[in-house]
Design a protein around this ligand. Sequence first.
Ligand SMILES: Nc1ncnc2c1ncn2[C@@H]1O[C@H](COP(=O)(O)OP(=O)(O)OP(=O)(O)O)[C@@H](O)[C@H]1O
Length: 523
Amino acid sequence: MEKIGVVVKSPSIYYYIFRPFRGVEIDVGSFVATEVDGLRVISRITAIRHRNAATDPRLIAQFDDENVIREIKETLGIEDVLYYTEARAVVLGARVGRRILKPQKPVKPLSYVYRIVERELEEFFAPPEDGTYITIGRIRGTNISAKINAEKLVTHHCAILASTGAGKSWLAGVIIERLSLLDIPIIVVDPHGEYSAMSIPLTEEGKAVAEKVRIYVVGKVDTRPVDDAFEKRYGTRRVYTRIGINPRSLPLRTLEKLLDILYGLTDAQKRILEEGWQVATNYGERQPLTTVEELIREVLEGGKHAAPPGYAGEMALRGLEGRLRSLFYTSPIFITRYGEVYQGEPIKLIDPQSFVTTPALHILDISGLDSVDQQLFLAVFLDQIYRVATQRKNLTTFIVIEEAHIFAPSTPNALSKNYVVKIAREGRKFGLGLCLITQRPTKLDQDVVSQAMTQIFKRMINPSDLKYVATVAEHLEDPRPLRTLDETEAMITGISVPVPLLIVVGQRWTHHGGITPRIKREM
Ligand SMILES: Nc1ncnc2c1ncn2[C@@H]1O[C@H](COP(=O)(O)OP(=O)(O)OP(=O)(O)O)[C@@H](O)[C@H]1O
């Protein structure tokens, strides 16, 4: 075992500082070994500093004149003599059988530091337990596969947190591709319409992924510009199913909140709505699809006894009627009658059952909707998914939500928030896993983030985001290195990896839709 340095400081059980021997080349990100209580402990170098003992305060006190400095440098030769390198190494742990132990004592100063060969690293990073693993890249600085436990990733929720353009959706695409070959239903909530590109394969594996893709365009929105751009880029027309919501499947609380936000509701109108909506939706899980007019008639009929007597009651009923009509006719996500078509395409009713039982890659393109309709759609959709999930005992379903801070913000006012929170808190029992992606970690609801047991970080620059990350990521001792990651790199922490993994994300098997535009210079 080649000795390459010696520990000089060991302030905690998490890291130590060592002095590499003369002529030893080390890099940030490479791995070294040392010993604690007879265990061979693997560490990763996270920083290298060149220092000079001449920068000791007692000597600095003499540096008040160039001639003095020249004399010290040249005559005494201390520039070279007192120069040294030191490295900071973060302790990962010691492999003992199938487990990785974290030493509970700091490394002893003056312990030797050893070079480590790739084979030993491979054993160290090998999955510690049986299970299903996906490979999403390689450990940075090595050719070792970065494997993550698919079951834990999916069922215990995960979060991908990073700055904009840091490669979040590329990585999400890699994870989705690898998971989709495990034949589980995956649902992608796509507010930018970028995931449709997954229907275009780049590799052999990609063909199998692309075959599983089902694209849904939500609502009566014009998709022609998106479809034309898609055709221009990939040489083929995008194939999708247009879907909409039966107004009758709106949960009462969401409807009431929405009407109140959009138009305001009086107390009398709220009472009528509460009574009437219950009557109009008293059909169990499968609500019939009727015309909006029939629905409104049923609501008013069912709720009219809750209206105040006389003229005031009449006004409240008419006011509510107008509000319901405006909502259902102006929001593009509702189907207003049986057999409705838009731009010649039939609008199909969402079948939540198929989303949780068909092992496909369901991509919900909601890019044509404004943010209130996006939230409203997600509220209804997640409510339906949750309900069908509670009634089945079969496939685990992975729900990927891009721009999660819009749907579950730290503030209370998003229509979809309660539904995301509910799945984050209770979905695991019913096989529903979330993957929340955001470029605004501080804007995402803390409770939701704390339920994500795998956390994936990409480049992050904003100091308040870094500070926040340090508070939420229990496995990430120091978030500062996140500032220097490039878009191909990521740090994975939490229960689906044996130790925090710094990885280079793998190549895509299907096309990546989110290309960062480059400014071209005309020549
Ligand atoms: N692992 C990777 N290998 C090669 N290129 C990558 C990788 N990850 C990302 N990129 C490139 O970096 C750019 C940004 O990636 P991506 O679209 O995933 O970022 P993002 O964080 O999702 O951005 P936004 O916040 O704007 O949605 C893309 O052009 C993509 O091609």
